[in-house]
Design a protein around this ligand. Structure first.
Ligand code: HEC
Length: 204
């Protein structure tokens, strides 16, 4: 008899849990799509954690050195671009980044130049090598928050050596979004043509 009682109690418990999951759970607000973009109540974006984003997928490193820009490139550093793996996967499947995607572009200076064009010689040859971290720009996809700029917001946490600012307000359209809108609106506001992983979708 006791056995049956236990079975009934356990059964009731399971039924109650199932009911709870079926009925109560959906009423609780579904957690927003997990995004690494954290905004303060003032709308400022928090600096993404460098220990985290430097381990995301590294999609490319455009370089516009001073030596090729009359000695005064706007960004004479390497532009290291990082995207979270789940967002890379989604892009490869759909051709679009999911809401909440954050793309980080971290600059690194060229390593101690040995020549006026910023290059130096190493055992592998004369060229450019990664030096110190020197700045960070971020884009975030959020169709509601950034409806006016094709659903993406742009932020800069400083163009200088570490440490970077802890928070950043959305940058003015003329400073950032305008150029992305003018040139890459058809590829989700991102210069995928420079990132082989996203550009050449054939995985072979
Ligand atoms: C004059 C055009 C122009 C302006 C202005 C501009 N960008 Fe970009 N941005 C580019 C180009 C070109 C690339 C890719 C090649 C490179 O990095 O040199 C890029 C790449 C990026 C990337 C990497 C992801 C991607 O879209 O490919 C981020 C993030 C980014 N820019 C943020 C910013 C922020 C933040 C600002 C303003 C502070 C800004 N950009 C201003 C042209 C621009």
């Amino acid at each position: 008899m006791q056995k049956y009682l236990i079975a009934i109690i356990v059964g009731l418990g399971l039924a109650a849990s199932a009911l709870y999951l079926a009925v109560v759970k959906p009423v609780v607000a579904a957690p927003a799509e997990q995004s690494s973009a954290v905004f303060g109540s003032d709308g400022k974006l928090q600096l993404p954690d460098p220990h985290a984003f430097r381990r995301w997928v590294f999609v490319g490193a455009p370089l516009t050195p001073n030596g090729l820009n009359n000695g005064k490139a706007n960004f004479p550093e390497y532009h290291h671009v990082y995207i979270e793996q789940k967002n890379v996967e989604a892009y490869l499947k759909t051709g679009e980044f999911p809401e909440g995607t954050m793309i980080v572009k971290e600059l690194t200076r060229v390593l101690n130049p040995g020549f006026p064009d910023g290059s130096r010689t190493e055992p592998s040859g004369r060229g450019y090598f990664n030096g110190e971290y020197n700045g960070i720009d971020v884009s975030v996809k959020d169709g509601t928050r950034f409806a006016k700029t094709n659903g993406w917001g742009f932020f800069t946490f400083g163009h200088h050596p570490l440490p970077y600012s802890n928070t950043a307000a959305e940058a003015p359209v003329t400073e950032c979004a305008g150029c992305h809108i003018a040139n890459v609106a058809s590829t989700d506001m991102t210069w995928v043509q420079f990132y082989p992983l996203l550009r050449d979708k054939d995985p072979k």
